[in-house]
Design a protein around this ligand. Structure first.
Ligand code: G6P
Length: 489
């Protein structure tokens, strides 16, 4: 479905996300260097036809002086980005606190913070107030830039209060909200002290989207059980007004990966890695160093596999890329030490003078190095404890045209719903099951590998990020009409 154009003009889209798709580094009093971070969302929106998109979000840096702010606004404008300036205190309470310490773990079934309950309860109020203040700051910037006919697409758990702020200011604005994480069972969600206020705010949007049907269903159940509203097959109804709720599974720009594999630099990298790990099967994990990714559990499963399969010990290597993230939050600091401790123990136990079973890197790789790594991998391990979708699994599949390697995938990742028939699905909490799946993957006959790969490859290359974005935006355009019709009936 292609998006329509208005009077020959492209449809204008304001994308609002906590983080802008650029990383900004200050070079001088009034100079900034910017680098586009080509995540899924960026490539999805860059590829959307007939849309003139602008981004509104936080640049990830604290800029308190006016000269610096003005220079950043100017530099970002060239990248079609508009910054929201958040001071350190707000970032601490809204981003580190309410977003990353409360909503993120809760939405991934890790519950509300439990240590020092009293302190958490006291902090909760001020963090929620900061969250609402921050969302209002995003709304103010949207309002400054909004023109009639624009479509506003809000993203993720950071901005659940934004639809309400926007609609309170202008009820005619077309507002969509999309969640990139799971939406948990209403039994988990209802422990959140601010549960009703957040649901009501999200329902102010015209279209609410999730990666999977299950997340959409959980959201509708939360609205019926907590708010007493009526859930219909189309969404949630409140006094004649319908908020459309639906599943829109995201994808990747698979062509970008395919093209990268043909580049001489990537081919050279592939050759080097092949030589470096000759005679050994390569297993790969690529994750942000986050508790939801199940990195300790994955490494323990690999240890169990080595314990039980002595014949494989010098024939396999696990490369774990763990990208540091949210390093100001204590839970993440603890996780880093825990992972280092386990990796050190296993390498001490099974390493030799010339080789170690686990190569663990605490950093990100550039795009070309990552593509090469995906291409030389025999078995990818995506064993998140919970994950909204998980696009690493898609990226791996896109780069496996030649090798046709095996994907071991958590049944708790959204991707399990789309790649389930091709992958080996596991319960990441069951270390024995994951260890057995590693053995199964390494010993899998080539016909079975090819068949599984074909299934996944067909999905990844036909359900792209561009399709996802186009479908959501075009449905958002239609939805408002439907919603208005419904109210008039
Ligand atoms: C998840 C969230 C994104 C977030 C990303 C990186 O994928 O859904 O909204 O941007 O993690 O986390 P960070 O806190 O660094 O933005």
């Amino acid at each position: 479905r292609r998006l329509g154009t208005m009077r020959g003009m492209k449809q204008r889209l304001l994308v609002v996300a906590n983080r802008l798709p650029v990383s900004a580094v200050r070079r001088g009093e009034d100079s900034w260097s910017l680098e586009i971070s080509a995540g899924g969302l960026v490539s999805a929106l860059l590829g959307v036809k007939d849309v003139d998109a602008k981004w509104i979000g936080w640049a990830g840096v604290n800029v308190s002086d006016e000269v610096g702010q003005r220079a950043l606004v100017k530099a970002l404008a060239e990248k079609r980005c508009i910054p929201v300036f958040l001071d350190e205190e707000i970032v601490h309470q809204y981003y580190n606190g309410y977003c990353n310490n409360i909503l993120w773990p809760l939405f991934h079934y890790l519950g509300l913070p439990q240590e020092d309950r009293l302190a958490t309860t006291r902090n909760f109020e001020s963090q929620f107030n900061a969250y609402k203040r921050a969302n209002q700051m995003f709304a103010d910037v949207v309002n400054q830039h909004y023109q009639e006919g624009d479509v506003v697409w809000c993203h993720d758990y950071h901005l659940m209060f934004l639809p309400k702020c926007l609609k309170d200011h202008n009820s005619k604005m077309k507002v969509g909200w999309f969640l990139h994480t799971p939406f948990p069972s209403s039994e988990i969600y209802r422990t959140l002290p601010s549960r009703s206020e957040l649901l009501r705010s999200v329902l102010a949007a015209d279209l609410v989207g999730f990666h999977t049907y299950d997340y959409a269903r959980h959201f509708v159940s939360a609205c019926t059980r907590i708010l007493g509203l009526e859930g219909t097959p189309e969404g949630v109804e409140d006094q004649g007004r319908l908020t459309r709720v639906a599943a829109f599974p995201i994808g990747i720009d698979s062509d970008r990966f395919k093209r990268a594999l043909d580049l001489p630099a990537v081919k050279k990298h592939v050759q080097e890695l092949t030589q470096r790990f000759a005679g050994r099967k390569v297993m790969l994990g690529v994750d942000r160093l986050d508790m939801i990714k199940g990195i300790p559990q994955k490494i323990l499963a690999f240890e169990k596999f080595l314990e039980e399969n002595a014949n494989w010990r010098d024939k396999v290597v696990l490369l774990q890329i763990a990208v540091p993230t949210r390093t100001d939050v204590p839970e993440y600091q603890k996780l880093t030490s825990q992972v280092h401790e386990i990796v050190g123990r296993i390498n001490g136990r099974f390493g030799t003078l010339t080789a170690v079973p686990i190569h663990h890197l605490d950093r990100s790789l550039d795009f070309h190095a990552l593509c090469a790594l995906y291409a030389v991998t025999d078995v990818a391990l995506v064993t998140s404890l919970r994950d909204g979708m998980n696009l690493v699994s898609y990226e791996f599949v896109a780069c496996q045209g030649l090798k046709k390697g095996v994907l071991i995938l958590s049944e708790f990742a959204g991707a399990a719903q789309s790649l389930g028939a091709g992958a080996l699905l596991v319960n990441p909490w069951n270390i024995t099951e994951v260890a057995n799946s590693i053995a199964h993957a390494l010993n899998m006959p080539s016909e079975e590998r090819e068949k599984r790969h074909r299934h996944n490859y067909a999905h990844v290359t036909t359900h792209t990020a561009q399709d996802w974005a186009e479908t959501f935006v075009s449905e958002l355009n239609d939805t408002i009409v439907e919603a208005q019709l419904r109210t008039r009936q």
